[in-house]
Design a protein around this ligand. Structure first.
Ligand code: CA
Length: 230
């Protein structure tokens, strides 16, 4: 894993891992995180679908045999909704037929378990390289710019250093222009362990962003949450 990590420090990719075997899921989370990816894990198809719809992922690593929706159902639904997030399917099934099924229903690539971690990461990287259109372009509000690919933030073209959490919060808000987002939504999407964090911590971080980026950037909508200033 070590040799693979260097290339990833510049561009942090967000991955969704949909895998119901928790040991496998945790091993993938550990490996991919140490290789520089940001990883979210879903343990069943329905949760995976919901996260894939709203999580702004660069790629999805999708098991086929899952409780609730299967991997096929997940990718078919995403494509029907015009969601083109790159999907790498991984399955214990190994017939040619299954592989064709996976690709037919909209997966971009397909691997059969057992698959070595190194091969898996190589396929993921190839998938991410092939899918430049899926890479988000620069997000902006007023004179604030955020580039998800380079993780650079500028105000009136001057670079601003944000902590990873501040960056995550800003990116979340920028991807929802004009929408009021609640503290709970922010916690769920920006914090790794939302259950352990208090909604008040969101206030603290909104304060940090205002201090670094301008007081008027984020509006407080009383009793509801926050919204980027128009
Ligand atoms: Ca499974």
């Amino acid at each position: 894993m070590g040799a693979l990590s260097s290339a990833c420090h510049i561009v942090q990719m967000r991955l969704l891992v949909v895998e119901d075997e928790s040991r496998m899921a945790q091993a993938l989370r550990r490996g991919l995180t140490s290789d520089g990816f940001t990883v979210e894990v879903a343990g069943d198809g329905a949760t995976g679908l919901e996260l894939a719809r709203h999580g702004d992922f660069d790629a999805v690593l999708l098991d086929v045999m899952l409780p609730r929706f299967s991997g096929y159902d997940v990718v078919r639904t995403l494509r029907a909704e015009q969601n083109w997030v790159p999907v790498l399917m991984v399955s214990a099934k190994n017939g040619e037929h299954d592989q064709a099924d996976g690709l037919d229903c909209g997966a971009d690539d397909y691997l059969t378990k057992p698959v070595s971690y190194v091969v898996l990461v190589a396929h993921l990287r190839a998938l991410l390289r092939r899918a430049p259109a899926a890479r988000p372009s620069v997000l902006a509000a007023g004179d604030v710019r955020l580039d998800p690919a380079t993780r650079e933030v500028t105000v009136a073209d001057d670079p601003v250093a944000l902590t990873p959490r501040e960056f995550g919060l800003l990116e979340y808000l920028l991807r929802r222009p004009g929408r009021v987002v609640t503290k709970i939504e922010i916690l769920d999407h920006v914090w790794d362990s939302p259950a352990e964090a208090s909604p008040n911590v969101v206030e603290v971080y909104v304060g940090y962003l205002r201090r670094k980026l301008g007081r008027q950037l984020v509006e407080t909508v009383r009793g509801a949450g926050y919204r980027l200033a128009p």
